[in-house]
Design a protein. Structure first.
Length: 157
């Protein structure tokens, strides 16, 4: 068994589509990034890669490579899942926390869980997604951006 943790943060930008856990979220802003800015999937990729001692998302999908400009982060997550499979790892479960003052994410959580489960090839009951605020503190609380934490458990064999 191997445990990994991940973290990512992105600032808001005007316009565009806000994507979280591979799901479009209705909001007037999106997240600035080289890819689609899905901060939750980026944290999850880092947790999965970390559990397998395979570095981080930037090592495998560098933001200096134009191949990944504007890429759907679900493609990155599926790529990480394939890399894990090639090394003999299976995903046991994952837990993602999204930190955002706004928008409210409760209506999207079920779809987020299903999307992650599909991309990782695991049951939805092995995926947890939750959202929290910072009660107005920090960059998330001021509405400047969103951060996310993730934890993943892998098994080998």
């Amino acid at each position: 068994m191997r445990i990994g943790q991940g973290y990512d943060a992105h600032r808001f930008t005007d316009g565009g589509q806000l994507m979280l856990c591979g799901v479009p979220v209705a909001y007037e802003k999106s997240l600035a990034a080289h890819s689609d800015g899905d901060v939750a999937l980026h944290a999850l990729c880092d947790a999965l890669l970390g559990a397998a001692a395979m570095g981080d998302i930037g090592r495998h999908f560098p933001d200096t490579d134009q191949t990944y400009k504007g890429i759907d982060s679900r493609i990155l997550l599926r790529g990480v899942a394939e890399k894990l499979k090639e090394r003999g790892y299976g995903v046991v479960n994952v837990d993602v926390t999204i930190v955002a003052q706004l928008p409210k994410l409760a209506p999207y959580i079920g779809n987020m869980r299903d999307t992650i489960a599909k991309d990782l090839g695991i049951d939805a009951d092995a995926v947890n997604v939750k959202a929290t605020t910072t009660e107005g503190m920090g960059f998330e609380g001021r509405g400047e951006g969103i951060s996310s934490y993730a934890v993943a458990l892998l098994s080998k064999g």
